[in-house]
Every structure is written in C-alpha cells, then in structure tokens.
Design a binder for this molecule. Structure first.
Ligand code: ASP
Length: 311
C-alpha cells in the first residue's frame, strides 16, 4: 500500500559508518564530510520538493557522494590488495521491485547510474566486471580512466594495511560507503548504495552493497534500506530485506526492525549501520559504530547532518 501525499517527502543518506570519534576525526574530514552530505541532500531534496521521483532523488544524491573523493564510492574508493579500484553499486525501485546492480566496475564514473541502466535497459539485475563496464560503454554512460578514482589518502590506507603482519582488515576502520533512501510525494520509495568495498580486498571479493536484499532493498509495501559496514555479516543476515520483511509482515516500526537487526549484526561480530525510510514518510538510522556520516531532509524540517553517535 502506498500513501500519496502531495506535499510530503523524506530523504535519508549515509556516507559510511566506522571509527569516527569527535576530536579524533581530523577537522578536514569532519567539515568535508558534512559539506559533502549537505550537497547530496540538497540535490535529492531539489528533486523531491519539485514532485520528482524517489528513484531520481536517490540516484542524484549518490552521484554527488560518488564524485566526492572523501567517500569510499566512485572517486575516492579504496584500493584492492593488487592496487586496483573495483566499485560496486545497487539501486531498487520500491514501486515495482525492479532492481539493478553492478560489481567490480573499473571505468565507469558513476556506478550508481550504471546500476540504474542495468535495471532499466537490460533484462538482467546484476552485471559484474569488464562486462558491466562494457554495458556502460554500449549505453553511453560516462567513462573515467582507472586513475580518476584514485586518491593519495586511499593509497596510504592500502599501504598501512599491507604493512600489517597479518594483512587483516581493521575492524575499527572507517568504511565510507554511500547510500540514499527516499519516499516521494506519490508515496513511492527507492534505495541506492555505492561503494569501493573494503581496503585490501582480494580475490574479486564483493560485499553486501550491490546485493539486493543484503545491502540494498526497497518495497513500497514497507520501507527502503541502504547499509554500510562489514559486508559479510550483512550478507549472512540478508539484512536489508529482513528489515523490510519485519516491517511488512510483522508490523514492526522501522526503528524496531533496524535496531533489532543492528543488534543481531553486533551479536555475530559485525559492525555498521543502516538508513531507512518507510512508505508513510518516516525516516531514520541505526548503527553500532562510534560514528556514521548521515543526513536527513524532509518537506517540513531543515536538513539534519551528523557524524558522531552523540549527535
Ligand atoms: N559494506 C561495504 C562492503 O562490505 C563496506 C562499507 O560499508 O564501507 O563492501
């Protein structure tokens, strides 16, 4: 069931969860993160307030964060162990349950736009690797050289991880994946997520972000969800779909369902967070890390932007 309301909309975005602590996070990353979130919220809000679609709004918000080198998606993505950048993204339309996703993309500037093209212009849901980039070229989606995605800070982070004796991921690291969920004036909802994955990933590893049902899900009958964090745990819980199912089938609120799933994630050893909007217009988030870059804009309140857990 969707509830159209001609003046009502909500947009929630994230720029990743992780070890960000007040006074420890460098000032440039605090201010830069807030500015990036604000720009993304503004882009999505402009669409929603003009009676645009939730789908257009989440794509627009995520594109801004992909182009911002501070976030781990598109430009500024983390490096694989081999020193490459491989981007993953997914988008889902809650009105139709149409979905599109890509993994291991290397030469497409905005992976989220490619995911949307897979949804709208192919008979498939999920394309990977060189084939996905080839689909982008065949559909005139903007290309970028692999070097365009690279930043010195991400290179430094890779070197730090490779220098560790065990080469292990740091469970307290900053993640930085980006995502957006929205409900528009027609009561339709959508979700989008984009990421470079985990620093030092190997063997073609793909996380939860592009997996429909794990890191991204939207269903007008319930809610839209975008996740960030230690992807393997989100995959095992089918976390985004599980939140949607609880709201749809068990009548839980988005707060109850999100808090419960983040609790279960933590019990298993996972870290991260979710953003959620429900078809009735409410929005929110839950996370078990010290911080999560996040923001919310609605038809009737000034935009809210936060990083730390005490905000
Ligand atoms: N969830 C992403 C992944 O596992 C990482 C992140 O959120 O930063 O690929």
């Amino acid at each position: 069931m969707t509830t159209a309301n001609p003046s009502r909309w909500t947009l929630v975005i994230h720029g990743g969860s992780g070890s960000m602590r007040r006074g420890v996070l460098p000032e440039a990353e605090d201010a830069g993160g807030r500015a990036g979130l604000k720009a993304a919220l503004d882009a999505g809000a402009a669409i929603l307030s003009a009676h645009g679609s939730a789908l257009d709004a989440v794509e627009a918000a995520v594109r801004i964060l992909e182009d911002d080198p501070l976030f781990n998606a598109g430009r500024g993505s983390v490096f694989t162990a081999e020193g490459r950048i491989e981007c993953d993204a997914a988008i889902m339309d809650g009105a139709t349950l149409d979905a599109g996703a890509v993994a291991g993309v290397r030469t497409t500037r905005n992976p989220i736009t490619l995911a949307r093209a897979v949804m709208e212009q192919s008979p498939h849901v999920f394309l990977a690797g060189a084939g996905a980039d080839g689909f982008a070229r065949a559909h005139d989606i903007e290309a970028a050289e692999p070097e365009w995605f690279e930043t010195p800070e991400r290179r430094r982070q890779l070197e730090e991880i490779l220098a560790r004796p065990d080469g292990a991921f740091d469970s307290g690291m900053k993640y930085g994946t980006v995502g957006a969920v929205a409900v528009d004036m027609d009561g339709h909802i959508a979700a989008a997520t984009s990421t470079g994955g985990l620093t030092g990933k190997k063997w073609g590893r793909v996380g939860d972000s592009p997996l429909i049902g794990a890191g991204t899900y939207a269903d007008d009958r319930a809610c839209a969800v975008s996740c960030t964090g230690s992807g393997e745990y989100f995959i095992r819980l089918g976390l985004a779909h599980e939140i949607t199912a609880r709201v749809r089938l068990a009548g839980e609120s988005i707060e109850e369902a999100s808090d419960e799933l983040i609790h279960e994630l933590g019990e298993m050893g996972g870290k991260g967070g979710v953003i959620v909007v429900s078809a009735d217009g409410s929005g929110g988030w839950a996370f078990n890390t010290p911080g999560m870059y996040r923001g919310m804009a609605t038809h009737d309140a000034p935009p809210e932007i936060a990083i730390y857990d005490d905000e």
